[in-house]
Structures are given as C-alpha cells and as structure tokens.
Design a protein around this ligand. Structure first.
Ligand SMILES: O=C(O)c1ccccc1N[C@@H]1O[C@H](COP(=O)(O)O)[C@@H](O)[C@H]1O
Length: 222
C-alpha cells in the first residue's frame, strides 16, 4: 500500500508563512500556546490565522502544562481541530483537558539517551488505554525546556511496530528529511526550527524544500 507521510509545520506566527506552508502541501499547521516559547501566539492571533486556512488542513494547538480551563478558553477563541500536549501532563490531565475542550489530542513523548524502546511502547499503550480522545504519539527530543529545540534523537530507538503510528519530530530539517522518512517510515513528521530563518519566522525556501524532500522520500519508499 502506498504511504503518504503527513506533514505538520509548527510554530506559525505570520500570514505569509501560513500561506506558503499550505501552498507547499502541508497537512497541518501548529500554533504554540506556550507563553515562554518564541513562537507563542495568543488565541486571538491564532484565530485570525486559522480563518485563512482552506478546508481539510488541520489546525493544531500546542500546549505545555496548561490547565483544562486554559485549553477550553483557547479553543473557544481559536477553532483548533487537534490539541498537542507537549509538557509534563499526565494521562488523566490530557484526557480531562481534551474532554473539556471536546477535541482529540496527540501527546509528545520526549526521548532521551536513557529511553528504551519498551518505554515508548508502554507510553503509547497507557495513553491509548487512558483516553478515548488520544489520537497519536509524537516523539521529540528530550532537552532542557520542552521542545522546538532543533535537536535530533536516536531514531533507532523507535520500535518497528510503533513507527507507522508516530509523528516524528525533533531537529528535522531539509538535510535529514529523506533519511527520517526512509529509515523510520513514520505516520507524520513535524518540524519547526528546521524551516525557520529566525525563531518564529519561517523560511519559505526551507518549507518548500522540506516538503519536497518528504514527498520524494515517500515516492522512493513506496
Ligand atoms: O516550538 C516551540 O517553541 C515549542 C515549545 C515548547 C514545546 C514544543 C515546541 N515545539 C515542538 O517541538 C518539536 C520539535 O521542534 P523542532 O523541529 O526541533 O524545532 C515539534 O513537535 C514542535 O511542534
């Protein structure tokens, strides 16, 4: 069966970056609601940007340790399709916020040098069992802070049976996109720093080159 790797471009703050990402073929656009991030947007700003999205492109809201009330208030202003929990939230906290906001969510697991393949399998299992709104696992690199670091983790840790379901992130770039897709064969890839000219400001040429590389890797692997 042919596989089309879904592509999420995260940390969009400007109209022109949103339009370019969509025109280049992005499947999902991420908005960062973590105030400490240089890519932070207010819910009102996200709402203005989401209004510009055509149908069938997923608007993803990224949260780090936000309360359920904050998630609900954000969704009331900005019509997000999917939530991304990227902090220290427990299964119960993700489930409760997702239920309160009535949205499915993906959960980031940050992978470090001490992580083993069984940790990833258990993590995915716990979320699948713990929430009907759990839509998938995102794998990022464990760093100080929470994400958007531009750092890669060891992809060989990803168990073969988990790879087709995961969103691969952490330090993806134009340079390693082909390798990532051909080696891991993830469900989706998520990129922020690797397509920026500076934090929060995207680089159109990098967005186009990244998406083209993923599509080419799909074609060569199918
Ligand atoms: O983008 C951010 O600023 C951010 C802040 C806090 C948590 C996650 C964040 N971004 C996510 O981090 C990964 C990896 O990003 P990168 O490509 O290595 O820069 C990605 O899932 C972003 O959505």
């Amino acid at each position: 069966m042919t596989h089309r790797t879904r592509i999420k471009i995260c940390g969009i703050t400007r109209e022109q970056d949103l339009a370019e990402a969509v025109a280049a073929g992005a499947d999902a656009i991420g908005f960062v609601f973590y105030p400490k991030s240089p890519r932070y947007v207010t819910p009102q700003r996200a709402a203005e940007l989401i209004r510009l999205l055509p149908p069938f492109i997923t608007a993803v809201g990224l949260f780090v340790n936000a309360s359920a009330d904050e998630v609900v208030a954000t969704v009331q202003q900005a019509p997000l399709s999917l939530l991304q929990f990227h902090g220290d939230e427990t299964v119960a906290q993700c489930d409760s916020a997702a239920n309160a906001a009535n949205r499915p969510f993906i959960r980031a697991m940050r992978v470090g040098t001490a992580t083993v393949a069984d940790d990833l399998i258990k993590y995915a299992h716990d979320y699948r069992a713990g929430s009907r709104l759990f839509a998938g696992l995102l794998l990022d690199t464990l760093v100080d802070g929470y994400g958007g670091s531009g750092k890669v983790f060891d992809w060989s840790l990803i168990p073969k049976e988990l790879a087709p379901q995961v969103v691969l992130s952490g330090g993806l770039s134009v340079q390693n996109a082909t390798d990532a897709v051909v080696r891991v064969r993830p469900y989706a890839v998520d990129i922020s720093s690797g397509v920026e000219q500076s934090k929060g400001i995207k680089d159109v040429a990098k967005i186009r080159a990244f998406i083209a590389a993923v599509r080419q890797a799909d074609a060569s692997s199918n």
